[in-house]
Design a protein around this ligand. Structure first.
Ligand code: DAH
Length: 487
């Protein structure tokens, strides 16, 4: 089952472009659905108030927002003129023209668990709902974890045949050059109405729309049948011809996005180096699972030796349309991470750069919104030295039995709590946090972990004293907030 985690654990040496998964998938998380997490980084009492971008909310014991997250909510990088995330959004929007597509770029980031999960058919025990993965304001209110949170509302409003939603999304996650707790997604959908298609023939209407799309010559691998009874089922409300036509329109539309991005990336590379020769672009469709589409797929791009997942998509579950009061409509939806695409497009090596206010970063994109044909690759400013510090600790044993032999219960530990503590203290000065050692005491079973933190600023050289200062605070907070015992 997919959603809210990532497949690609990134090895430190891999270039950032081969990294970021702005989407999701649960392989690594499926087993850990810890809702007991004790860590609440704001230190607010369980019931109180918190203000998010000007609106006040009641908190409860589910609250787990940290102040540096709350402070970044108002940045809205996807609509900042000349910001690379915003430029990437505009380029993709250009492939989905108005008025068929309406663009929604201002949806508020606080949503209900109903919008974020229930409206999309997420089961109640889905790991994506856990406090370790999602930022909760209170039990019923979260920072959206994906732009799909707005699907049902936009379908209900029924203002256009197609739409795009671009927005900031929030997930508690690892720290490295391709993961940041706030990132941006674009969601898109295109519906056809049975009552409006000539003779009610949706398949014919869709095929006609496919004819109108431009042609491309990119090589695409698509080895699977459009539907498969077990792996990728046709919905009972759809005929096979309808689902096939919708799938073909969906895939073609998204392939054209890839062609658009890569031809612009190539032009940017050639302008930096006229002798630039690119690898032949390869993309492939693989079968996927999402609770809100069937059949479903992911698109992967072969880039610098790796297959990268860039988006998820599928035929919208009819149940969502029924509940949105539009049972006569059917069509497709997709979701993609904008950072990943922007990193490919501009060759931006570290996701923290998007948050930089440094002129050496922002200045490189100035004026591009008005002249998208003039894209240039990002030229890194000097790389400052790394400062690695390790912290090793025993996990708290929640078993209080004095008699020997009882095994430590470390169920309520989740790595994301360590990440959040480090993030709270070091902010963007932390480049990467990696677990470098783990073992269980042979007699007590108590678990010991060691994390290596790389303190490196993107903007200046850190002194060893500064790094030590951060590290000392991290060590203290681990003890205070997670109850670990330092080794
Ligand atoms: N919301 C999904 C995620 O964040 C991405 C996605 C997949 C969106 C398939 C869609 C879709 O609209 O059809 O992982």
């Amino acid at each position: 089952m997919k959603h809210l985690t990532r497949r690609h654990r990134v090895s430190a040496g891999t270039e950032a472009l081969a990294l970021f998964v702005g989407l999701s998938n649960a392989a690594s998380r499926r087993l850990v659905a810890c809702t007991q997490c004790r860590y609440n980084s704001t230190g607010t009492s369980p019931s109180g108030n918190v203000t998010v971008d000007g609106k006040s909310y009641q908190t409860d014991e589910w609250h787990n927002l940290s102040s540096n997250i709350t402070a970044s909510i108002s940045r809205r990088l996807h609509v900042q003129k000349d910001h690379p995330i915003s430029i990437t959004r505009s380029i993709i929007e250009s492939r989905f023209p108005s008025p068929t597509f309406k663009y929604h770029n201002n949806f508020f980031p606080v949503v209900s668990t109903q919008q974020n999960f229930d409206s999309l058919g997420f089961p109640v025990d889905h790991p994506g709902r856990s406090k370790t993965d999602t930022y909760y304001i209170n039990q019923e209110t979260v920072l959206r974890t994906h732009t799909s949170a707005h699907q049902a509302d936009v379908f209900r409003a029924n203002e256009s045949e197609g739409w795009l939603i671009s927005a900031d999304v929030y997930r508690r996650d690892a720290i490295d050059r391709s993961h940041y707790p706030i990132f941006h997604q674009m969601e898109g959908a295109r519906m056809w109405d049975r009552t409006k298609a000539p003779n009610g023939d949706i398949a014919a209407a869709v095929l006609k729309d496919i004819e109108a799309l431009p042609k491309h010559s990119m090589k695409v691998e698509d080895p699977n049948p459009p539907t498969h009874p077990e792996r990728n089922p046709l919905q009972k409300e759809h005929s096979l011809t309808e689902a096939e036509a919708i799938a073909a329109h969906l895939k073609k539309s998204l392939e054209l996005v890839v062609v658009e991005i890569f031809s612009r990336a190539k032009a940017a590379a050639v302008s930096a180096n006229p002798d630039f020769v690119d690898e032949r672009l390869k993309v492939r469709w693989i079968e996927a699972y999402f609770p809100f589409t069937s059949p479903s797929w992911e698109l992967e791009i072969f880039w610098q030796g790796d297959w990268l997942e860039v988006l998820g998509c599928g035929v919208v579950k009819q149940d969502i349309m029924d509940k949105a009061g539009q049972p006569q409509q059917l069509g497709w939806a997709f979701g993609m991470g904008l950072e990943r695409i922007a990193m490919l497009l501009f060759e931006i090596p570290d996701i923290r750069l998007f948050w930089s206010k440094d002129e050496r970063f922002l200045g490189q994109f100035r004026g591009l919104s008005e002249n998208l044909d003039n894209l240039r690759r990002f030229v890194p400013f000097s790389k400052f030295p790394s400062c690695y510090k390790d912290v090793a600790f025993w996990l708290r044993s929640s078993s209080s039995s004095a008699g020997g032999g009882s095994r430590a219960n470390t169920q309520d530990f989740h790595e994301n709590d360590v990440m959040e503590i480090v993030r709270d203290i070091g902010g963007d000065v932390v480049e990467d946090v990696a677990k470098v050692d783990e073992f269980a005491h042979p007699k007590t079973g108590r678990r010991s972990l060691c994390y290596r933190i790389n303190y490196r600023s993107l903007e200046r050289t850190l002194t060893n004293e500064e790094a030590n200062g951060y590290h000392e605070q991290v060590r203290k907070a681990l003890v205070e907030k997670l109850g670990v015992e330092l080794r």
